[in-house]
Ligand binder design. Structure first.
Ligand SMILES: [Zn+2]
Ligand SMILES: [Zn+2]
Length: 323
């Protein structure tokens, strides 16, 4: 999962070469993703899940778990997942706002702690997901099934990565450094520092089991739910032509990314949940950050455009019901 990829190496496939095929055109799909059992990812996932769901509970049953570890694991899990939403997703992938270098560094550091590849690679794949949603060129295409969109696309397929679609990010030395030295960033932020903090509190073993393994596993599935759950369950009030859905439970499971139909309709909007009661901590952080200079140029869709999208989506739904 954390294998670094050179930021300047020759693209494996140009996005422009990806044909706008229909989802049913499997021959084109085979040209894009390659069937490959990725033993490194499989063994890593097996290990981390075993530690998180077997070793950690057994340890807790035998020795208990300190309040420090519970609080630290919950906080680090929340912050690292937030770094994916605020940093990897809305800042780097979609340029939904501009960030102070300090916030950018925090997002790169905490994002690396999730072991979800570099911000550059994550953003490249995610931009392709938006460009080619529900087609064979979509790296986590839900049309290939819930499991494929959740984890299968990583474990059993090799996805082409074309860094041509993240040239803007390649101009940022911090992003390039995180990409080129990703393993070091990930091990430092995701393993070494949490264990060191646990050791300072006298709970190094607990930190390894809970703040590293359990936290990383839960953050993985929260992120994966964005590609699987929020492309399956819920309503399509803003874009009737995509599989992306809005669902309150999806928002809870993904820490605010569950208003995914709105997001696919307006991907550069810094918000996913546009109502005040929508669970969207990433939106709140970005908004609050604007008062202290951490974030600027927050992009918002006008109410008129949102209303127009709703009207068009309703028309399509009604016409489909009449057929
Ligand atoms: Zn999506
Ligand atoms: Zn997105």
């Amino acid at each position: 999962m954390s294998r670094p990829v050179s930021a300047v190496r020759k693209p494996e496939m140009s996005v422009q070469q990806v044909p706008p095929t229909s989802p049913s055109n499997d021959s084109q799909a085979l040209c894009l993703r390659q069937r490959k059992t990725r033993w490194g990812s499989i063994v890593f996932f097996a290990l981390i899940h075993s530690v998180a769901f077997i070793a950690a509970p057994l340890y807790a049953a035998q020795y208990g778990i300190s309040p420090f570890t519970i609080a630290f694991t919950a906080l680090y899990g929340f912050l690292t997942l937030l770094a994916i939403s605020v940093g990897y997703h809305r800042l780097f992938s979609h340029s939904a706002f501009k960030a102070h270098p300090a916030l950018k560094l925090i997002c790169l550091y905490l994002g690396a702690a999730t072991f979800q590849q570099s911000a550059l690679k994550w953003s490249s794949l995610h931009r392709r997901h938006h460009q080619l949603t529900d087609t064979p060129g979509d790296p986590y295409n839900i049309k290939f099934g819930f499991w494929y969109a959740h984890m299968g696309w990583i474990m059993f397929w090799k996805q082409p990565v074309d860094y041509a679609n993240v040239r803007d990010l390649q101009k940022d030395p911090m992003i390039v450094h995180q990409h080129q030295y990703f393993q070091a960033w990930a091990i430092m932020a995701g393993v070494a520092v949490p264990i060191a903090i646990g050791a300072l509190a006298g709970h190094a073993a607990e930190a390894a089991l809970f703040a590293v393994a359990l936290r990383m596993t839960l953050v993985y599935h929260a992120t994966f739910f964005i590609n699987s759950y929020t492309h399956t369950f819920g309503s399509a009030d803003y874009d009737a032509k995509t599989s992306a859905r809005d669902h309150w439970l999806g928002a809870l499971l993904t820490n605010g990314e569950g208003y995914h139909n709105f997001h696919h309709a307006f991907p550069v909007d810094y918000r996913n949940g546009i109502r005040w009661y929508h669970w969207d901590p990433a939106k709140w952080i970005i908004f609050i950050g604007s008062f202290i200079g951490l974030t600027t140029d927050l992009k918002r869709t006008t109410p008129a455009r949102i209303e127009e999208a709703r009207r068009r989506a309703t028309e399509i739904h009604n016409s489909q019901r009449m057929v």
